[in-house]
Design a binder for this molecule. Structure first.
Ligand code: GAP
Length: 446
C-alpha cells in the first residue's frame, strides 16, 4: 500500500496508539509514548507472549529482574568491550553521524560531504547509582533483558527445583545508545524485549534451536501475520554477535523493507561460563542422573528467543491496516470515502466491544445502552459512544480494530435484545441481552 508508514504514524497519533515523547518541547529524539489504545495493544501482545511461554509450553517460568545491575555483569557479558559497539562515521561537513554498516555510499547521505574513518561507539547507556557522580557509582541501563535471567539462573533453578532442560521468560525495558534510531518505533533508544532463555544440555542445542525457531514463527502466524510477510535470515558467521554460536533473524516485510523483529540465538555457554569466571561462583549444572561424576557437570547451553515488543506492535499494525473504498458501512455518509479497518487479531484488539445507542436523544435507549456497557466492562475493555451517526461510530471502531459493536435500538426496549455487528464480516445478528457477556466471550476466544 502506498504511504503505509505515514498512514500508520498518522493513525497512531490521531487515535491514541503512539505519541512522540515530550512533544510539547519539540519531541525527544527516538523516544515514544504509548497512548490509551497503544498501551492496551502492547499489554495484549505481552499477554499473548507470556501465556505462550509460561502456560502453553512446559518447563518455562517467569522472572522480573531489575534494570540496573552491577556493572560487573556488563564486563563479564562482553557488552562493555568492542563486542557491543557499532562502527560510526561522521560527516566532516554537517557533522551528522551514521552507522557505517547502514551507509550505501562513502559520502554523507544528508549533504554529500566526506566522512571520517570509522570509530567504535559503545551502545551501553551510562548512569550513576547514588548521589556522587564518579567512577565508583557508574552503572548502565541494561542493553538486553536476558542478563538479569543469567544473574538468577541458580536462584530460579534452586527455588523452583528445576532440572535441565528448562526456560526462564522475562519481559522488560532495554536501552541502547543507538546511533541512528529510525523508522518510527522500529529502532529506538528505549524499547521493550520479550526474551526466553532455554537452558539445555549442549548435545541437544542444535535440535532445540530448530524447535524454538519454528515455535516463534508460528506465534506470529497464529496472531495473524501472513506467511508471505515473514521470513528467516541466517546471520553469516563473521557477523555474529560476540555471544552467539548461531543466530537467525525472524524478519517482517515492513514498508521500508525486510527487517528483523526477533532473533533466535544459540549462545552456547558464553554467558554462564563468563559470569562464573568473573564472579567466582560455580554456575555449572550437575546432572542428577550422573551425580558425583565430573562428566555429569557442565555449563548448560542457552537457546535464546529475543523479540521486541515495540517491533511486534509495529508489525501487527502494518499487517492489519486496510483501506476500503466505496462505503463499507451501509450507512456511510459518502460512499466514496476511504474507510480504514484495522484487522488485528481479536486477542490483540485494544477495545473488544463498543456499545452504541442508536440515537442519543431517547433516554430509554441511552440508559439501556449504559446499563449494558456497565455490565460488559467488567469482562472486557469496552467503549460507550453516542456521538455522531451510527455509520460514523462503526467506522471509528473499525479504525481501531474493535471486533464487535453492539447497537441498542427501539426493538431492544421491547425484545430485550441488541444488534451485534462483526468488524470483519460486517454481519449483524440479534442477540439477547441475557447471556450477552458469555456469548461475546465465546466469540472473542474463537
Ligand atoms: N538478548 C539478545 C538480543 O538482545 P538483539 O537481536 O540485539 O538480541 C533482540 O535484539 C530484539 O530486540 C530485536 O529483534 C528487536 O525486536 C529488539 N530490539 C533490539 N534493538 C532494538 C531497538 N533499538 N529498538 C527497538 N527494538 C529493538
Amino acid at each position: 500500500m502506498e504511504n503505509l508508514m505515514e498512514k500508520i504514524i498518522s493513525l497512531s497519533k490521531r487515535r491514541g496508539f503512539v505519541f512522540q515523547s515530550s512533544e510539547i518541547y519539540g519531541g525527544f529524539s527516538s523516544c515514544y509514548d504509548y497512548g490509551p489504545l497503544g498501551v492496551e495493544l502492547k499489554n495484549n501482545i505481552k499477554k499473548a507472549w507470556w501465556s505462550e511461554m509460561t502456560r502453553f509450553h512446559e518447563g518455562i517460568v517467569g522472572l522480573d529482574a531489575s534494570i540496573l545491575m552491577s556493572p560487573k555483569v556488563w564486563e563479564a557479558s562482553g557488552h562493555l568491550t568492542a563486542g557491543f559497539a557499532d562502527e560510526l562515521v561522521e560527516c566532516k561537513k554537517c557533522h551528522h553521524r551514521f552507522k557505517k554498516d547502514l551507509l550505501e555510499k562513502n559520502k554523507c547521505s544528508d549533504c554529500g560531504g566526506d566522512l571520517t574513518v570509522p570509530k567504535k561507539f559503545n551502545l551501553m547507556m551510562k548512569t550513576f547509582a547514588g548521589p556522587v557522580e564518579d567512577e565508583a557509582t557508574v552503572t548502565y541501563l541494561r542493553a538486553e533483558t536476558c542478563q538479569g535471567i543469567y544473574m538468577n539462573f541458580l536462584n530460579v533453578m534452586q527455588s523452583m527445583r528445576l532440572k535441565i532442560p528448562f526456560g526462564i521468560a522475562q519481559i522488560g525495558k532495554a536501552f541502547r545508545n543507538e546511533i541512528t534510531p529510525k523508522d518510527f518505533i522500529f529502532r529506538t533508544r528505549e524499547f521493550e524485549q520479550m526474551e526466553m532463555q532455554w537452558f539445555c544440555n549442549p548435545k541437544d542445542a542444535d535440535k532445540l534451536f530448530e524447535y524454538w525457531l519454528k515455535e516463534r514463527i508460528n506465534w506470529y502466524l497464529k496472531l495473524g501475520i501472513k506467511k508471505e510477510n515473514i521470513r528467516v535470515k541466517e546471520t553469516p558467521k563473521k557477523e555474529l554477535a560476540h555471544y552467539a554460536k548461531r543466530a537467525v533473524d525472524i524478519e517482517y516485510k515492513f514498508p521500508f523493507g525486510w527487517k528483523e523483529i526477533e532473533g533466535v540465538h544459540n549462545r552456547g555457554d558464553w554467558d554462564l561460563s563468563n559470569h562464573a569466571k568473573h564472579s567466582g561462583q560455580n554456575l555449572k549444572y550437575e546432572d542428577p542422573s550422573s551425580a558425583g561424576a565430573s562428566a555429569g557437570k557442565y555449563y548448560p547451553y542457552i537457546i535464546e528467543t529475543s523479540a521486541g515488543v515495540d517491533r511486534s506492535l509495529f508489525t501487527f499494525l502494518c499487517e492489519s491496516y486496510q483501506e476500503v473504498r466505496g462505503g463499507r458501512t451501509e450507512t456511510t455518509e459518502s460512499a466514496k470515502e476511504i474507510e480504514v479497518v484495522l484487522k488485528l487479531h481479536k486477542s490483540l484488539a485494544p477495545i473488544k466491544v463498543a456499545v452504541l445507542p442508536l440515537v442519543k436523544n431517547k433516554p430509554e435507549i441511552t440508559k439501556k445502552a449504559q446499563d449494558i456497557y456497565s455490565t460488559l466492562k467488567i469482562h472486557f475493555v469496552c467503549q460507550y459512544d453516542e456521538v455522531g451517526s451510527i455509520g460514523r461510530r462503526y467506522r471509528r471502531q473499525d479504525e481501531v480494530a474493535t471486533p464487535y459493536c453492539i447497537t441498542v435500538d427501539f426493538d431492544t426496549l421491547e425484545k430485550d435484545d441488541v444488534t451485534l455487528r462483526d468488524r470483519d464480516t460486517m454481519k449483524q445478528e440479534r442477540v439477547e441481552i441475557k447471556g450477552l457477556a458469555d456469548y461475546l466471550k465465546a466469540k472473542l476466544e474463537k
